[in-house]
Design a protein around this ligand. Structure first.
Ligand code: A3P
Length: 322
């Protein structure tokens, strides 16, 4: 499903031996590049994206830590910004027949992953262009950092994000590789070795930037959205320069968007039950439970204490905690 390490570009291939590496969760290895862990194929996407991506002022970037509800927020942002063109009640709304991952592609995982020499053609994207990424702040293409384009950043309680990542990556592993035990990858997660980890460094990089520039970065958690979806969807509309009008409020558009993007609705669509992404993942793999606090069903008391202690130390003094 993932390209093997030897299937990446020459440039990336020659870089790999110079980078710290650790056992991968899905592919054989993870490599540390600019302080964060990537598999080889993704690393090629990261480098290519850094080299080629030119931000436009009107761009919107959805940045997430893996398994923080990217699929949900891709759906929400796509529906929010395109609500005039595609009203959520429309029977052939694009979300009803397309995976959210096809409507809002990942930069380093989709668009740039096979484009080392030539940048991909983005001319079919209409303004405002909406992209997604797991890149940490300092690995974002320079043009994104320098541009007034908008960033919506989503993270999730690390205990739920970890359990979700463990379950997801086990689905992606080839059968002959067997599954990763919870204990083994928990240890890696605690040591910071997870896709685009260390988890806390990723979160803190955006938290700090969001404090410096609230116009540019909207920092939100999965749990906050679950708790008050209407409040945060309205805030996102304002942040992205497309607030709900009184007429739209009267028409119940906020609830309409939340409804079409709900776990129930999306996970029961044929496309998300039977479909596959071009990169091989089943669309259904992105819908598991969609709940807050599922970690209680998986983590032991010792695991919880260990992860809580790490997070307490890492987030101490930052003004942010889960
Ligand atoms: P669980 O594994 O805890 O169920 P990502 O999209 O970043 O890969 O994150 C996947 C997580 O988001 C999974 O969490 C998945 O079930 C949950 N999810 C997917 N769609 C959702 C939705 N519409 N509403 C809430 N959660 C959703």
């Amino acid at each position: 499903k993932y390209l093997k390490d030897d299937e990446v570009s020459e440039e990336c291939l020659s870089l790999l031996p110079t980078l710290p590496s650790e056992r991968g969760w899905v592919s054989s290895s993870l490599y540390n590049y600019q302080g964060f862990w990537h598999n080889a194929r993704q690393l090629q996407g990261v480098i290519s994206c850094q080299k080629h991506f030119q931000a436009q002022e009107t761009d919107i970037l959805l940045v997430t830590t893996p398994k923080s509800g990217t699929t949900w927020f891709k759906s929400l942002l796509f529906t929010l910004i395109n609500r005039t063109r595609f009203p959520p009640t429309q029977h052939d709304h694009p979300l009803r027949s397309n995976s959210p991952h096809m409507l809002v592609p990942f930069m380093e995982l989709n668009l740039y992953v096979n484009h080392d020499q030539n940048p991909p053609d983005l001319s079919s994207f209409t303004s405002p262009r909406l992209f997604s990424t797991h890149l940490p702040y300092k690995s974002l293409p320079k043009s994104v950092q320098d541009s007034p384009c908008k960033i919506v950043y989503i993270c999730r309680n690390p205990k739920d994000a970890f359990v979700s990542l463990w379950a997801f990556t086990n689905q992606l592993r080839l059968e002959e590789m067997g599954v990763n035990s919870l204990e083994q990858v928990f240890d890696q997660f605690c040591n910071g070795v997870s896709l685009c980890g260390p988890f806390w460094d990723h979160v803190l990089s955006y938290w700090r930037e969001s404090l410096k520039n609230r116009e540019k970065i909207c920092f939100l958690t999965y749990e906050e959205m679950k708790e008050e979806p209407g409040v945060h969807l309205r805030k996102l509309g304002e942040f992205l320069g497309c607030p709900f009008s009184l007429k739209e409020e009267d028409e119940g558009l906020v609830d309409g968007i939340l409804e079409i993007c709900s776990f129930e609705k999306l996970s029961n669509l044929k496309v998300n039950i039977e479909g596959k992404l071009p990169s091989g993942e089943k669309n259904s793999a992105f819908f598991r439970k969609g709940e807050v606090g599922d970690w209680k069903n998986y983590l032991t008391k010792e695991m919880v204490e260990r992860l809580d202690k790490i997070c307490e130390e890492k987030f101490n003094g930052s003004g942010f905690k889960f």
